[in-house]
Design a binder for this molecule. Structure first.
Ligand code: ADP
Length: 306
């Protein structure tokens, strides 16, 4: 089973003194899925654009060390990766500052046919994963290119997974509504953070909306509360399952909680596990991730799941 991700990974500066790492929602999910997938016959490919600078090179080799296939990565000579700074107040509250308006990933579809489009044309992937952020960073024309890509992938029998991550710094709720409506027509599994859904759509019914657009399965993540999984959405009687989250006494950093949950859930669902088993794996991984600082935790910390 081959899964491709499209999105943006940025340089992260955090801590005192500042430390340079990297992160981004789709990359976090791709990386955790790659770790979980090694023993599950799952291979993960990440599509994005980077520069030709040393930091871009470091990122690329870090991904390769995680067994992520990087042949869909574009290297743009006149661009750099985006950057964010995490500022932590004495009381632990964190603020994120972004420099990403001119980042390489934004231009992935801007020139000739991209490696991802070629790969989809050649039916190279069983599944394709994007998030709201993958769309939000793109210019309007490139957003449309991405939607066409999803449609083509679907026509070839491929699966589409979508996480509704919403960043109000990148676009308005109204714009997100328009483009999420376009995406949801081609989505098989929607991973939805309840808070982000409310920011985009207000208090409307998530499940009814996903069903109306044609999704087959929706997972609603709700922090420490049980997640809600609704599957067989297009049948007369969809199945509703609630799966309790793991109890965590001391949360260190919730960064990448949703991203790692998604990786666990997909590691299950893409390899034949049912909804409950998959959500349990998602909760287990997320519970470990939030007990460590940063988005990407050491591999050893999750060895029980590998
Ligand atoms: P997001 O990070 O996308 O906002 P959530 O906050 O819903 O998503 O968290 C995603 C997952 O992380 C949850 O489904 C759960 O497995 C885990 N999680 C988050 N917060 C907690 C917590 N306080 N205790 C236990 N698990 C948590």
């Amino acid at each position: 089973m081959n899964i491709a991700f499209f999105g943006e990974c940025m340089v992260e500066l955090s801590g005192q003194p500042l430390r340079r790492t990297f992160g981004g929602d789709t990359l976090n999910t791709a990386l955790y899925l790659s770790r979980l997938g090694a023993s599950r016959h799952l291979s993960v490919s990440y599509a994005t654009a980077l520069g030709v600078d040393n930091i871009s090179r470091d990122m690329l080799s870090a991904w390769q060390e995680e067994n992520i296939d990087t042949r869909l990565v574009r290297k743009l000579e006149n661009k750099l990766p985006g950057l964010y700074l995490v500022e932590t107040e004495p009381n632990g509250e964190r603020h994120f500052h972004y420099w990403r308006n001119d980042s390489a990933a934004k231009f992935y579809f801007a020139t000739d046919l991209s490696p991802l489009e070629q790969a989809i044309d050649n039916h190279e992937f069983d599944a394709l994963y994007i998030s709201g952020i993958s769309l939000a960073i793109l210019a309007e024309e490139a957003k449309a290119t991405l939607i066409t890509l999803l449609e083509k992938h679907r026509q070839h029998g491929g699966k589409v997974m979508f996480d509704n991550n919403f960043r109000p710094q990148l676009w308005t709720a109204k714009q997100a509504q328009y483009w999420y409506s376009q995406v949801l027509r081609f989505v098989d599994i929607a991973l939805v953070t309840e808070d982000d859904d409310h920011k985009v759509w207000g208090n409307s019914d998530i499940v009814a909306r996903c069903r109306m657009f044609g999704c087959e399965e929706v997972v609603i993540k709700r922090g420490c509360d049980p997640c809600k999984v609704v599957s067989h959405l297009q049948s007369a009687e969809p199945t509703v399952t609630y799966v309790a989250a793991n109890q965590v006494e001391h949360v260190v950093d919730t960064c990448a909680a949703g991203d790692s949950f998604a990786a666990g859930y997909l590691a299950g669902r893409l390899t034949g596990a049912d909804e409950t088993q998959s959500a349990e794996l998602g909760h287990q991984l997320a519970a470990i991730v939030i007990q460590h600082p940063g988005a990407i935790i050491p591999r050893e910390a999750m060895s029980a799941l590998l």
